[in-house]
Design a protein around this ligand. Structure first.
Ligand SMILES: [Cu+2]
Length: 148
């Protein structure tokens, strides 16, 4: 019993010995730092901006208002390739007034027989219609004016 008391006193003495106290308090500070850095990480995760939801509509370039639904937009361009199997045509098109600037892009068709009217390399006149379900090419014919 006496020896237990002795060792307890030794432990207490050691604890209050300045050098040991420093070790002890620095351990406390270290653990506090660890806790606070963990909290910081958590906060960083929470404030991270959620990725924008993928939009079905392409971003509107400046100067082009949202398209008028179900209104035919006449357009011209050159056929790059036709994918009959999937039902789309890639056209290097001129500016489509009120819809989009000149660019190369794919258009879906609802009627694949339109593809009989043209082939890759042809300059074409076509029509684009915007619907709630997306953008479709509804008319396609080889351009009568080949000068452009
Ligand atoms: Cu386009």
């Amino acid at each position: 019993m006496a020896s237990t008391l002795m060792s307890l006193t030794t432990v207490l003495n050691n604890l209050f010995e300045p050098s040991k106290r420093n070790v002890c308090s620095s351990l406390i500070i270290l653990s506090l730092l660890l806790i606070s850095s963990c909290q910081k990480q958590e906060r960083a995760v929470q404030t991270a901006q959620p990725a924008p939801a993928p939009s079905t509509m392409p971003a509107r370039p400046p100067g082009y208002p949202p398209p008028v639904m179900n209104q035919p937009y006449p357009a011209t361009g050159v056929v790059v390739l036709i994918n009959r199997k999937e039902g789309w045509i890639e056209i290097n098109h001129d500016e489509i007034k009120g819809l989009m600037p000149a660019m190369q892009m794919e258009f879906w068709v609802k009627d694949k027989s339109l593809f009989n009217n043209a082939k890759a390399g042809d300059r074409v006149d076509f029509t684009i219609v915007e619907t709630e379900k997306g953008e479709y090419l509804t008319e396609l014919k080889r351009a009568s004016n080949k000068s452009r």
